[in-house]
Design a binder for this molecule. Structure first.
Ligand code: PEP
Ligand code: MG
Length: 572
């Protein structure tokens, strides 16, 4: 038995065997061949089996994520049958007398370089398709396993160095009982998606991939952040009990599903949910969410090979708004960059992607992309209670420019005779310390703030949210963070605006009493955190917590804050 400690990223207990999700070694040696026909046959066998796999993945993706996400696999299938690619590979085998691996690699690379250099977006997307497909065919030629999370058909726990958000989106909850990774933090996007899929996860173990072999039993404790490899039968029994207790607690929480969120003195605060897709709304409603406080629209742009059209976006936004009825829905405009990449935009690799070209910075420069999204949002605005917010605002000029573009698109739509809601709130995320410091100036121009602590903490503490080596600096209760948060809430209230929080801190049981005392109006969190939070808030007095405010804000360390809050709220 080996026990590892990581970061509890999504609660629940998973017990199953290990499935290792890792990039296969595709290195090969180029050899001369005497019977090229045999190589051509090997090539065709590898192509055929790749096609069969892609068909299956396509069907699976269609069923779990919808047609739109399945499209990318249709494009991949087309590549596999394209004579303009296959014929030159065959010719190379025959004329150069080389093995199929070398012919495939060299020919594919020639096309990839050629398409990548073209000025045409469609062609650049094809380069990405060829790259993806070639890897699969190569794996078959080399007889190495090419892992496909979508094809898993038995109960497993995924073990990986890291999971990309699109890997996570492909996971089938029926079979994938949990996952654990070497790297990542509680706010990396795979962790956030694990919570919306309700899959137990422990991330940032640093070494699970070097410890957990394929097919051995593993326990992932997403409540306390423990991973147990090769557990004894006693350990398994212990964790099965913990699993049952967790299920019981869930039933307890569920009793508050249709209740309003009120403090012990009866004051209402709003508990909203963070979502990534229209399919997540069901979980929000099942967990008693009073609104959507953050719709991360970037998932509409990911896991495919081209930008979503205005119509696709309109459908997604309308669907969320209609499902939520008159409850508020805060939609955040595209926040790509950081750990959320879009291959097809061919953005340059950066030294510090979280400090680089992302979110509103990209949208203001690529306003062709931004305007399509704004049009779709404006058209959808008639279907519910929409609020729009801009991510990663650093300066007032950025906010003004984004708002002006939104206004321009609104006028255009009106001139075209389209229906647009008469008024809706326009706000911004506060996730860059510069905006928290002068929140008062911003508060005059925005309708609301939503504090994005996942980024605010990483920028304030200068600690990459993906890097487990510095995860000890991810300190939501550090007085530096609390003072910034307080500044934002006070600034909003001084201008008669509201302040919410959509970073993971909003659902944290130590942070909730502090934030209540600071006067936060809206708490937006993973849907599964809503009912535990409502249960907690019911026994908290906002008035009493507010009386601790000055004392907490003048403390020196995170530890002091935690001790104080635990004492005052009887948490062990
Ligand atoms: C945040 O930074 O707190 C936030 C909610 O945005 P994201 O996690 O998508 O960067
Ligand atoms: Mg952010």
């Amino acid at each position: 038995m080996t026990q590892l400690q990581g970061i509890a990223a999504s609660s629940g207990i998973a017990i199953a065997k290990v499935y290792r999700l890792e990039a296969p070694d595709l290195s090969y040696s180029k050899t001369d061949v005497e019977q090229p026909e045999q190589e051509v046959k090997r090539l065709h066998d590898a192509l055929e089996i790749s096609k069969q796999e892609l068909e299956k993945i396509k069907e699976h993706t269609k069923a779990s994520l919808g047609d739109e996400h399945a499209e990318i696999f249709s494009a991949h299938l087309l590549v596999l049958s394209d004579p303009e690619l296959i014929k030159p590979i065959e010719d190379k085998i025959k004329t150069d007398n080389v093995n199929a691996e070398a012919a495939l690699d060299e020919t594919a690379n020639m096309f990839i370089d050629m398409f990548k250099g073209m000025d045409n977006e469609y062609m650049r997307e094809r380069a990405a398709d060829i790259q993806d497909v070639t890897k699969r065919v190569m794996a078959h030629l080399l007889n190495v396993t090419f892992p496909d999370p979508a094809l898993i058909n038995e109960e497993v726990v995924i073990v990986a160095d890291d999971l990309t958000p699109s890997d996570t989106a492909q996971l089938n909850k029926q079979y994938v009982k949990g996952f654990t990774t070497d790297i990542g933090g509680r706010t990396s996007h795979s962790a956030i998606m694990a919570r919306s899929l309700e899959i137990p996860a422990v991330v940032g173990t640093k070494e699970v991939t070097s410890q957990a072999d394929k097919d051995v039993m593993i326990i992932v404790d997403g409540i306390d952040g423990d991973v147990i490899i090769n557990p004894s039968s006693d350990e398994i029994t212990k964790y099965e009990q913990k699993q049952q207790e967790f299920e019981k607690k869930k039933q307890e929480w569920a009793k508050l599903k249709d209740e309003a969120t009120v403090t012990s003195e009866g004051e209402h605060v709003e508990l909203a949910a963070n979502i990534g897709t229209p399919e997540d709304v069901e979980g929000v409603l099942n967990n008693g969410g009073e609104g959507v406080g953050l719709y991360r629209t970037e998932f509409l742009y990911m896991g495919k090979n081209q930008l979503p059209t205005e119509e696709e976006q309109y459908d997604a936004y309308s669907s969320v708004l209609k499902q939520m009825g008159d409850k508020p829905v805060v939609v955040r405009t595209l926040d790509i960059g950081g750990d959320k990449e879009l291959d097809y935009l061919d953005l340059p690799k950066e030294m510090n992607p979280f400090l680089g070209y992302r979110a509103i910075r990209l949208c203001l420069e690529r306003d062709d992309i931004f305007r399509v999204q704004l049009r779709a949002l404006l058209r959808a605005s008639v279907h519910g209670n929409l609020k729009i917010m801009f991510p990663m605002i650093a300066t007032l000029e950025e906010f003004r420019e984004a708002k002006a573009i939104l206004e321009e698109e609104k006028q255009k739509l009106i001139e075209e005779g389209q229906d647009v809601a008469e008024s809706f709130e326009i706000g911004m995320m506060v996730e860059i310390p510069a905006t928290a410091v002068i929140a008062r100036q911003f508060a005059k121009e925005v309708d609301f703030f939503s504090i994005g602590t996942n980024d605010l903490i990483q920028y304030t503490m200068a600690a990459d949210r993906m890097n487990e080596q510095v995860s000890y600096l991810y300190q939501p209760y550090n007085p530096a963070i609390l003072n910034l948060v307080n500044n934002v809430i006070e600034a909003a209230h001084a201008e008669g605006k509201w302040a919410g929080m959509c970073g993971e801190m909003a659902g944290d049981e130590i942070a909730i009493p502090i934030l209540l005392g600071l006067g936060l109006d809206e708490f937006s969190m993973s849907a599964t955190s809503i009912l535990p939070a409502r249960t907690q808030i019911k026994d908290l007095s906002k008035k009493e917590l507010a009386s601790f405010k000055d004392e907490i804000l003048s403390m020196g360390t995170s530890e002091e804050v935690v001790q104080f809050v635990k004492e005052k709220t009887n948490q062990s």
